[in-house]
Design a binder for this molecule. Structure first.
Ligand code: GDP
Ligand code: GDP
Length: 441
């Protein structure tokens, strides 16, 4: 599956960014809805157009931080868009015409080399306003597309222009290469993601130049280790030290989502020095919501003064903060000294196996019958839950259907109990399991 494309909308305050966002919001597909603590800001949403799904990000919600308010705000937006998006929609306002700030931002976008779709909003009457739209050719970033976000006009033409810049989907290399384990190394900036990937790969292939405007796409690196092929999906953070860095963190989450979607195994990197934080939980939650195998790599372990309790104490804190993924494996590593990084390969192999494991129905039902005997199914007002049968219907993650007499009687806690029995019997370390409850009369 090719990576989901990211489209950013950039434009001055009041040009109609929110209106456009809302006009497209009807198609909203929420990705991280179930993650505890994930901010549901409207900074991004999935949009479907002519069968293509892409992620739209709104760079508009940023507080300006200098005297030349509007220009600096737009510059920030543009930088975020250039760093994180595949296609940029530059939204202008017919009523205000071409402003100085527009011209400067257009220059910035042009220099970035990113595809830009110049869009002129508030063209409420295509007939009356069409001459005025010509003025926007002066920006030198292509043909202006007239729209009215408020009246939902011209939006189809605009989206068509956007999807033209997407890569051709006919190339489906991923499917041909199915024994290739896809690993996303994710985590906050500076926890050591790049250092870990570089160590694992054995050469510094991920170093990207810091030249302004350098585009920084997720880079896949393929390597073979002990005859197993791996694809590392890079989400390496922004290394620029400027003010937009903190804003960028939010937007990097969007990148993380698109990397996670393509991965089998997610290595969530945490810094031992900083300890496990809510931001780590947010990132780990993306892997969880997508049903991926998960390894928590506690990096920079070399910086910790250790005693007999260090590993236990840290493990406890990780389990507490990431309580929604008790199945995740934990490994203490150091990208600096290389400590236990080889073990990371073994662990990736193991959780990948578990993530793709299929259990035969016969064995599964033996475990189920034993479980039913050991702990009586719950009942409610005289009605007793009957559990008939269980079968595995999918892998990645392993997904089971349990057939019962009455779904309402199947408490969450009893499903959890069955899950624990299945885990005790078959392992499944590092992978979430899904249970679907179906009624059979
Ligand atoms: P943002 O600051 O870029 O997010 O802009 P908003 O979406 O908040 O819109 C600013 C103003 O422009 C609001 O009063 C909108 O109602 C108005 N507006 C948005 N789209 C259109 C349009 O197509 N035509 C007209 N006439 N007004 C619009
Ligand atoms: P990223 O932003 O997550 O990709 O983090 P980097 O790989 O760029 O690392 C951020 C900083 O932490 C760099 O200065 C690294 O040298 C340092 N670093 C990474 N891993 C370790 C480690 O295991 N131990 C120590 N002491 N420093 C590390």
């Amino acid at each position: 599956m090719p990576r989901k494309q990211i489209v950013a909308v950039v434009g001055r305050p009041n040009v109609g960014k929110s209106t456009l966002f809302n006009a497209l919001a009807g198609k909203r597909i929420s990705i991280v809805e179930d993650t505890p603590g994930v901010t549901r800001d409207r900074i991004y949403q999935d949009v479907e157009w002519l069968g293509k799904v892409f992620t739209l990000i709104d760079t508009g919600g940023i507080e300006p931080d200098s005297k030349d308010v509007i220009l600096s705000q737009m510059r920030q937006q543009a930088e975020i868009a250039i760093e994180t998006a595949d296609v940029i929609v530059f939204l202008c306002d017919l009523k205000q015409g071409v402003t100085d700030a527009d011209a400067q931002v257009a220059d910035m976008l042009r220099r970035s080399g990113k595809p830009v779709v110049l869009t002129v909003n508030k063209v409420d009457s295509f007939k009356r306003d069409s001459l005025d739209v010509y003025e926007f050719y002066n920006l030198g970033i292509g043909d202006p597309i007239p729209i009215s976000a408020a009246n939902m006009q011209g939006i189809g033409d605009m989206l068509e222009e956007v999807v033209k810049h997407f890569p051709d989907e006919t190339a489906t290399e991923d499917e041909e290469d199915d024994d290739n384990i896809k690993v996303a190394i994710i985590g906050k900036p500076n926890v050591g993601k790049s250092s870990i990937i570089n160590k694992l790969i054995g050469e510094n292939r991920l170093i990207v130049s810091d030249v302004a405007g350098t585009t920084r796409d997720a880079i896949d690196t393929e390597i073979t280790h002990n005859k197993q092929k791996y694809t590392f999906i890079d989400t390496a953070g922004i290394r620029r030290h400027n003010k937009i860095k903190e804003h960028l963190e939010q937007y990097m989450l969007v990148r993380t989502v698109s990397a996670v979607e393509r991965a089998d195994v997610c290595v969530v990197v945490i810094s031992a020095e900083e300890g496990v934080t809510e931001q780590d939980a947010k990132i780990a939650g993306i892997a969880h919501d997508n049903g991926k195998a998960v390894i928590i790599a506690v990096n920079k372990w070399d910086l910790i003064e250790k005693d007999n309790h260090s590993v236990n104490d840290f493990t406890k804190k990780v389990r507490q903060t990431l309580s929604f993924m008790p199945y995740a494996e934990i490994l203490f590593v150091s990208a600096q000294t290389g400590q236990r990084l080889v073990k990371l390969y073994d662990m990736i192999d193991a959780v990948y196996q578990n993530h793709s494991m299929r259990v035969a129905t016969g064995v599964l039902n033996e475990i189920l019958m034993q479980a039913l005997v050991m702990q009586q199914p719950p009942s409610d007002r005289g009605r007793v839950l009957k559990v008939f049968y269980m079968t595995q219907v999918a892998v990645k993650p392993p997904t089971f259907v349990i057939f019962v007499n009455d779904k309402k009687l199947m408490h969450f806690s009893y499903t959890r109990y069955i899950e624990n029995q299945v885990r005790a019997a078959f392992g499944f370390a590092g992978t979430p399991l899904k249970f679907l409850i179906r009624e059979r009369k």
